[in-house]
Design a protein around this ligand. Structure first.
Ligand code: UD2
Length: 312
């Protein structure tokens, strides 16, 4: 049994990871300010401790880290909206970068001994470069405060390893989808918005012509990737794409969802979003090298997603 910290553990990815870690018999501590997360997402288990707190409360975080000396730390708390970071760059910087730096500093100064610190970064760091698929070595072009903070924090993670010996690893998530993803913001994952429209029989606004492609990765595969990265010692002070290595257009993914759900999506088209990337696809060779293999293709993932929504 390990003692594990998940920041952002009431959110979509964090809470699904928590479910899995609890199932495996670990003790999980969650810090989440519920800005996007929900207490409903938390695993109902004696082995979960939940703190409703922001990671920007450095005093709180420092004390929590020292008191627990966690075996594994998953840094999933973030203001995950690119648009929000453009509106409020200073506030989002406090969460997306400074709070994580405080955690690293505490671990260094207090000589804490986590086996791994896993930081969640984003495909946003690649920006709009033409190279496809994106390799971890592809050119970086962060185009928003969100992407800048993710990239800079990756660098802190990698270099805290090289400078001070901290065992860190970073994930560049592509388009993660699945149950528990919060559709409440217009910048939430598009498949959570489509799901919501299907459930409520609402109209879905499609930005652009729908030909834009994405590498949609199902949450269970993402949890697998997180566990592999945490427990593989050689995955250290490095960055990994987390995706499926397959791409599909928005119109086709909507069609696939219609087949999975047996319902029709009502679509209204609007102009493409400013700054929208046309195509996104990951090269996952590096992660495959650690034994990762995506198990859920889009057809299966959408079916699982729809089933989970029906159960709710
Ligand atoms: C993803 C990340 C974002 C950033 C970006 C970097 C998610 C949720 N977002 O944005 O944080 O890392 O990659 O490139 O993973 N769309 C619609 N209607 C809607 C919502 C979206 O047509 O109501 C379109 C949108 O214009 C885009 C596609 O669907 O072309 C996917 O949108 P998204 O927000 O799910 O993800 P993305 O790739 O733009």
């Amino acid at each position: 049994m390990s003692k594990i910290l998940i920041t952002g553990g009431a959110g979509f990815i964090g809470s699904t990871l928590a479910d899995k870690l609890i199932e495996e018999g670990n003790q999980v501590v969650i810090v989440d300010d519920l800005s996007m997360g929900d207490v409903e997402n938390l695993p109902k288990s004696m082995n979960v401790t939940f703190h409703e707190e922001s990671i920007t409360n450095h005093f709180f975080m420092t004390k929590l880290l020292i008191t627990n000396n966690f075996d594994y730390i998953y840094l999933l708390a973030a203001v995950a909206s690119v648009a929000d970071s453009i509106e409020r760059p200073i506030e989002t910087h406090a969460v997306n970068q400074n709070a994580n730096l405080n955690i690293l500093e505490t671990i260094r100064k207090e000589k804490l001994t986590p086996k791994k610190i896993v930081f969640s970064s984003s495909a946003a760091v690649y920006g709009n470069g033409p190279e496809l698929p994106k390799k971890e070595t592809s050119s970086i072009d962060p185009m928003s405060p969100y992407a800048i903070d993710k990239f800079a924090t990756e660098r802190f993670m990698v270099d805290y390893g090289k400078l001070y010996g901290l065992p860190t690893v970073c994930t560049r998530f592509f388009n993660v989808y699945g149950p528990k993803q919060n559709p409440k913001s217009p910048y939430s994952g598009v498949l959570s918005i489509v799901s919501d429209c299907l459930v409520r029989d609402d109209i879905f606004t499609l930005f652009g012509d729908g030909s834009q492609t994405r590498d949609y990765v199902y949450i269970d595969d993402v949890v697998d990737a997180l566990l592999i990265l945490a427990t593989t010692p050689e995955a250290k002070n490095d960055v990994y794409n987390v995706a499926t290595g397959e791409t599909i257009s928005l119109v086709d993914v909507i069609k696939a969802y219609e087949s999975a759900s047996g319902r029709k999506v009502k679509v209204v088209k609007k102009e493409a979003r400013l700054g929208d990337v046309q195509d996104s696809l990951a090269d996952i060779t590096k992660l495959r090298g650690l034994g990762y293999e995506p198990k859920v293709n889009v057809t299966a993932g959408l079916a699982k997603y729809w089933d989970a929504l029906q159960e709710k």
